[in-house]
Design a protein around this ligand. Structure first.
Ligand code: ARG
Length: 492
């Protein structure tokens, strides 16, 4: 061991180094240390170490008494954490934890913790332990936002109608509930993706050693069990220490979630303009202008949109770190975590804020209804009326187009045209085509996926059932996460 130069630290930072004559250059240490980022893995590192030590004792690889002392000592380290600050002089959280436990228990006990383990399989394990918690937290947040949409779909009354848009032009009327449930569909796909990723994360790399596996009689399955990894153990030691697919994959899903949040945010920004006026965001999520007293700006929504860039950046960053790496572990891999942690935090916070904004939004249904009462919005249904009576749709489309032109030039609504006027355009019009109302246009769309109230209300029910099933799954996954108590209890 070589003392690592002058820094004043509670725990003397040491580098492994029978083969070295001098310590790592201070500037090189500052450049290479991951502690400012990976101190967030402290708890995961200690839990992984507890499971490893318990297994070493159980297998007779280290004396049972030493294993017991290590597991208890590590639990105590969790309860009374050492200084994890930037200036402690350690290369990473793994070396800090080992040094801290060695300082507390002495070298004869602490010096055995790293038997049959490398920081390479250790960091891969820690990252997976962290990723599982992050995924569960984000699943909670996704379910919360979906619930907020389901509540909002029912709350102002299912009869609230607004124009649906394509090309941001008024197209056909839809229920507000139908519109809001579109976001539930997006978020349901996100939920499924995170659950699928969870299954791939939930696998134990420990036992892969530095890269080649271990010649000690480790019980990897037992460690997996102690750490609640329901997917068992990794099958190839080289892949186990070099694989960060689970991070890339998680961040890719986060990029999609961020994109969904951004599209929602854009709509909230648009809808809260005086021009649209479909929603008023709660004051808690809007800000004033430093100059213009009348302003109420949707800053939170804007940043929900704006922060998408850093999440995309994280994805490109992680993929770029990985793309040139030969098997197996390379120090480059350390660069996976900073952007990953940031992307997770950004998206988790974004989901929670989006839910809060939806829960507190005031939907201005009168404004929506007025816009849905657009004079030309029934054009498609007039064409459909003729097509239903045997007119080829292309021809019916022409007729309705002429009616639109006539209505527009005379400043009237399609709903105001009399049967005679309709029949002047085409004698095959019947009385049901007269005076179409948005309510009727909506109510006619009863097919699965359509906007009729019966359909929307059934979809809200189906969505709530799905949410309950997801929540039960999250709860069961969370129940298998390791705790120090559980690992201590396994010691017997
Ligand atoms: N800080 C490192 C990382 O995050 C930990 C593993 C270091 N392993 C090594 N052989 N230097 O990847």
């Amino acid at each position: 061991m070589i003392e690592n130069e002058p820094e004043e630290t509670a725990i003397p930072a040491k580098l492994w180094g029978g083969r070295f004559r001098k310590a790592l250059d201070q500037r090189a240490l500052r450049y290479t240390t991951s502690l400012p980022v990976d101190r967030r893995l402290f708890r995961h590192d200690v839990l992984g170490s507890m499971a490893h030590a318990a297994m070493l004792g159980r297998q007779g690889i280290i004396p049972a008494g030493h294993a017991r002392a290590l597991v208890h000592g590590l639990a105590d380290l969790l309860a009374n954490p050492p200084d994890l600050g930037d200036d402690t002089g350690f290369e990473d959280v793994h070396s800090l934890v080992e040094a801290a436990i060695t300082l507390r228990l002495g070298a004869d006990v602490g010096g055995r913790l790293h038997t049959a383990r490398s920081r390479n399989d250790q960091v891969a394990t820690d990252a997976r332990l962290w990723a599982r918690e992050a995924l569960l937290q984000q699943l909670d947040a996704l379910l919360g936002l979906q619930r907020a949409f389901c509540d909002a779909a029912q709350q102002p009354g299912l009869e609230a109608i607004l124009p649906g848009y394509t090309h941001l032009q008024r197209a056909q009327p839809v229920l507000l509930g139908h519109h809001l449930l579109a976001y539930v569909e997006q978020l349901e796909r996100d939920t499924q993706r995170l659950r699928e990723t969870y299954a791939r994360v939930d696998v134990l790399p420990l036992g892969a050693g530095a890269l080649a596996g271990s010649s000690f009689p480790l019980d990897r399955a037992y460690v997996a069990e102690l750490l609640g990894m329901r997917g068992g153990v990794t099958r190839n030691s080289l892949d186990a220490v070099s694989d960060r697919d689970f991070i890339a994959e998680h961040v890719a899903h986060l990029a999609l979630i961020a994109m969904h949040l951004s599209r929602l945010a854009e709509e909230l920004v648009l809808w809260s303009t005086s021009e649209f006026g479909f929603v008023q965001l709660d004051e808690g999520y809007t800000t004033g202008s430093s100059m213009m007293p009348q302003k109420r700006n949707p800053d939170v929504a804007e940043l929900l949109r704006g922060k998408t860039g850093r999440v995309y950046g994280a994805l490109v960053g992680v993929l770029t770190v990985l793309k040139g790496l030969p098997l197996s572990y390379n120090r480059d891999l350390q660069e996976d975590k900073g952007a990953y942690f940031d992307a997770v935090e950004t998206v988790t916070d974004g989901l929670a804020l989006a839910a809060a904004m939806i829960e507190t939004a005031h939907w201005r249904t009168a404004r929506m209804a007025a816009a849905a009462d657009d004079p030309l919005i029934a054009a498609t249904d007039l064409a459909d009326h003729l097509a239903r009576r045997g007119v080829p749709f292309r021809e019916a489309h022409e007729v309705a187009g002429r009616l639109v032109k006539a209505a527009e030039s005379s400043g009237r609504s399609l709903a105001d045209l009399s049967l005679e006027e309709l029949r002047q355009a085409d004698p095959r019009f019947e009385v049901e085509a007269v005076g179409p109302r948005p309510e009727g246009l909506v109510a006619a769309r009863t097919l699965i996926g359509g906007t009729a109230a019966t359909r929307v209300s059934a979809e809200i029910g189906a969505a709530r059932d799905r949410l309950d099933a997801h929540a039960a799954w999250v709860e069961s996954a969370r129940a298998s996460l390791p705790t120090p108590e559980r690992i201590l209890a396994a010691l017997g």
